[in-house]
Design a protein around this ligand. Structure first.
Ligand SMILES: C[S@@+](CC[C@H](N)C(=O)[O-])C[C@H]1O[C@@H](n2cnc3c(N)ncnc32)[C@H](O)[C@@H]1O
Length: 208
């Protein structure tokens, strides 16, 4: 694996020193602006029970906690480096009992059926294996009428996605049409697509 691939494979699964650098980076910059943009399409009740899958450095857990001060936010990530950072960033909320961060995979969500009002996935579905199965798992953990929101920095239409897919093994950048089809196949309804044409950001929401 070349150095470039070694560095950027930490976006798929942060590990070691480079992974720690990567999760720090994920918590700022363009990720922050894009996450705020994506959340503008998702009304969150103040007492919502939210799951953030692929929570990375935990900045979006903090953002979600601000929007549901009477609710609860759980983060899950299969990278121990991400889990550690998310726990550090959200230590006060964890101590207060309104936040949990667990180590685990999007492919086997360790939560009971009908647990959440909202599941979010920022900059992470590119890396999920057997994605339709993962979407079925997300749907299972949602309450009836609960929503799933996917927010991606790349809408798969820039051409740069092909470059990144070569650099990062196992990455796939989905277009809005692909996500719409996969979500429908996994049983979601009322699928809405939002684009930011300037940045090529994509937000797709769907209802159980
Ligand atoms: C590019 S980072 C995005 C982190 C964060 N959501 C954000 O927007 O800043 C992708 C994260 O998804 C996690 N991830 C990728 N595939 C995963 C999977 N199958 N299950 C759980 N976490 C996953 C990675 O470990 C990494 O922390």
């Amino acid at each position: 694996m070349g150095l470039f691939s070694k560095i950027f494979s930490n976006t798929r699964k942060p590990e070691g020193f480079l992974g720690r650098m990567m999760v720090n980076g994920m918590n700022g910059g363009s990720h922050a602006r894009m996450a705020e943009w994506g959340l503008s399409f998702v009304g969150i009740p103040k007492d919502a029970n939210v799951l953030d899958v692929g929570c990375g450095g935990g900045a979006n857990i903090s953002r979600l906690l601000k929007r549901c001060p009477q609710g609860e936010v759980t983060g899950i990530d299969y990278s121990p480096v991400s889990v550690k950072k998310s726990r550090e960033v959200n230590a006060a909320a964890i101590a207060a009992g309104c936040c949990k961060v667990v180590e685990g995979s999007a492919a086997a969500l360790p939560f009971e059926d009908g647990s959440f009002d909202l599941v979010t996935a920022f900059e992470t579905v590119y890396f999920w294996p057997s994605i339709e199965e993962c979407f079925r798992g997300v749907r299972r953990t949602l309450k009836d009428g609960g929503r799933f929101a996917i927010v991606n920095e790349d809408d798969g239409l820039t051409g740069s996605n092909e470059k990144w897919e070569k650099i990062i093994e196992g990455m796939h950048t989905y277009t809005a049409d692909e996500l719409r089809e996969l979500l429908a196949a996994a049983g979601f309804r009322d699928i809405s697509v939002h684009n930011d044409a300037k940045h090529h950001w994509l937000c797709v929401t769907a209802v159980k």
